[in-house]
Design a protein around this ligand. Structure first.
Ligand SMILES: Cc1ncc(COP(=O)(O)O)c(C=O)c1O
Length: 458
């Protein structure tokens, strides 16, 4: 290693170990050149590199200082096991890579990023995305892609805007992503539910709804469902597309976790729908940075103008800076490399979750842990209400989410918990599931004698 790299390494170590605090002054160029027996130019070159990495900054006539930055340390309280969060693990987000893309985007597009832009989104990003989406069998043109501020915005706009089929009721699988349930309820839109189990949905019931219930669109998460974690079979996806065409019902296909798919043959409903009844939504929140607030909606031609109008009336456009940086992130291969890393990481966690559930959960709890994705659902017996188990676990620093909020108010709720592995490491999964098993056993053993004594007394 040459002197200049040694100096850089030394300063980095001082910064990371906290020996030089954020805002603290670094040794002067002269001090460094004496300490490392190197020329002043070598010290200056090392400091310039650290400046480029945004680790230090210089103040003319004063010296060099450590950059003040928010702590990258995990903000979780010690001992907390969080199976509730659905936002990505901050420790593995591609911050530095994305920072390069942000800088490059500013150099490349300059003022275009800081004025009003096309409500449909940056054209060059949409062009890049049309290539990227083809990998998942979503063949489309940039003109049919609309960039939105997160998948949530697309769901909100689709819920409220009129559709060319002139129908007004939304069909929602039950349970469903809570954000969709909330949009429907806040917007006061009429909605009906169709039960989804780990086997999927009853296609006869779906057809009955499509035929008789004035369905504008069917909202579904075919892959790695939230909160179930499960996916539709290819045959079910084909049938859903067929029924959509037959009854002129649109499908809102929320493919928020497409990038975590391990099975290359798992194509979306969109790919089985030549009739143009599917709206395909791809989020960049779960494997990338949710704070970018970026997702893409691929729309049939007949919906584009209305969607554009509703989108622009909502926020004029999504942030151009995020869009331009995402374009570069996709184009230079960083996205594919990062998603592969995340896919393997989450896949491994799901495997550990499966083994831990087999080992630690009492037989009264039924759980299905899918191969991929981030969620799994535990079904609990009636005598063990999910809310009670969640409250007991919270006292032990284990967070889980009861799934009752994932149902429409009018739909019968199921007693269950959603388990997310996105914020837990392997050791936490193991000990967290053990704690869930112990708490469930304890609560069950308490309820059993009481039930028996009530029956005895009667
Ligand atoms: C199924 C599903 N769709 C959409 C979203 C929202 O995604 P975005 O961050 O892109 O708005 C989430 C967030 O958890 C989700 O679980």
């Amino acid at each position: 290693m040459n002197k200049y790299e040694i100096v850089k390494g030394y300063i980095k170590e001082q910064l990371h170990s906290g020996k030089i605090k954020p805002g603290g002054k670094l040794p002067s160029i002269r001090e460094i050149s004496i300490q490392f027996s190197c020329s002043k130019n070598t010290a200056i070159r090392a400091y310039h590199d650290l400046e480029k990495e945004h680790l230090i900054y210089s103040v003319p006539k004063s010296g060099y200082y450590a950059v003040l930055r928010a702590s990258t340390m995990n903000l979780q309280p010690p001992g907390l096991i969080d199976f509730s969060s659905a936002s990505p693990d901050p420790d593995v987000m591609p911050y530095e890579d994305f920072q390069h893309c942000l800088n490059r985007a500013i150099e490349l597009y300059q003022d275009q990023l800081f004025s009003y832009s096309d409500p449909q989104g940056f054209f060059s990003l949409r062009k890049e995305l049309s290539k990227h989406l083809a990998i998942s069998q979503v063949f489309t043109r940039p003109e049919q892609i609309c960039m939105v501020s997160g998948a949530q915005q697309a769901l909100h706009l689709l819920t409220v805007m009129p559709f060319p089929n002139g129908k007004s009721t939304i069909l929602v699988e039950q349970p469903a992503y809570y954000g969709m349930i909330r949009s429907i309820e806040l917007l006061g839109v009429r909605a009906v539910g169709i039960r989804r189990t780990k086997e999927g949905i009853d296609l006869k019931e779906l057809e009955r709804h499509f035929r008789s219930n004035h369905i504008k669109f069917f909202y579904t998460v075919p892959r790695f469902h939230n909160p179930l974690g499960t996916s539709f079979s290819q045959e079910q996806k084909k049938q859903i597309a067929r029924l959509a065409e037959k009854y002129d019902v649109y499908i809102v296909e929320d493919d928020y976790l497409a990038d975590l798919e391990m099975d290359r043959k798992a194509d979306p409903i969109y790919s089985y729908d030549p009739s143009g009844h599917t709206i395909y939504i791809k989020s960049f929140s779960k494997v990338m940075l949710p704070g970018l607030r970026l997702a893409a909606a691929v729309l049939p031609q007949s919906l584009i103008e209305t969607f554009r109008m509703f989108k622009s009336s909502c926020d004029l456009s999504s942030t151009a800076l995020s869009q331009a940086a995402l374009e570069i992130f996709l184009n230079c291969g960083m996205f594919n490399r990062h998603t592969e890393y995340m896919r393997n990481r989450y896949h491994k966690r799901m495997e550990i979750l499966r083994n831990a559930c087999n080992q630690w959960l009492p037989s009264e709890l039924s759980v299905h842990v899918p191969e991929g994705g981030i969620f799994s659902r535990m079904v609990l017996p009636d005598q063990l209400p999910a809310i009670d188990l969640a409250a007991t676990l919270k006292q032990q620093n284990v967070l889980v989410v009861p799934t009752n909020r994932s149902f429409l108010k009018t739909f019968p709720k199921e007693n269950g918990l959603r388990i997310s592995i996105i914020h837990t490491n392997e050791a936490q999964i193991e000990s967290g599931i053990r704690l869930i098993g112990e708490a469930a056993e304890q609560l069950l053993s308490r309820t059993t004698p009481e039930t028996v004594s009530v029956i005895d007394w009667v």
